[in-house]
Design a protein. Structure first.
Length: 134
């Protein structure tokens, strides 16, 4: 079966496009994690999955836990627009599950961040990129 790629062109089989997206996502998340660690963040979880959705990275610094969505696009502006309201809702619901499973962080402040990755630019960490319900 042939599947139309999300960009231009046609994949030679259904698995190729999914594998390419998966690999690109994993690489972007590793780049984002490295950049955050360089700035003093501790990575608590990668690709946390809950019934509500997935969180790319859960990190902490001082008394703050941040739930991070990583986006790789052609430009950082395009990456910023890629964090949709539907995704924001799913991330916030998954964050509630993570916090329930990690009671040691229950009293920490929480932010919902994004790391934007684009060719030729260093990763941009957008702290408090969105707030659930806003």
């Amino acid at each position: 079966m042939i599947e139309q790629s999300y960009c231009s062109g046609v994949a030679d089989d259904m698995g190729t496009v999914a594998q390419t997206r998966y690999g690109s996502g994993v690489a972007a998340e590793a780049e984002a994690a490295g950049a955050l660690q360089t700035h003093g963040y501790e990575v608590l979880a990668r690709r946390y999955k809950s019934p509500s959705g997935e969180i790319d990275l859960v990190v902490s610094k001082a008394n703050v836990v941040s739930f991070v969505e990583v986006k790789r696009r052609r430009s950082q502006e395009e990456a910023a627009w890629a964090v949709t309201p539907r995704q924001q809702r799913r991330i916030s619901e998954a964050a509630a599950c993570w916090l329930q499973a990690a009671p040691a962080y229950a009293r920490h402040d929480v932010t919902f961040d994004a790391v934007l990755i684009a060719p030729g630019s260093p990763p941009y960490h957008m702290i408090d990129a969105f707030r659930p319900g806003c």
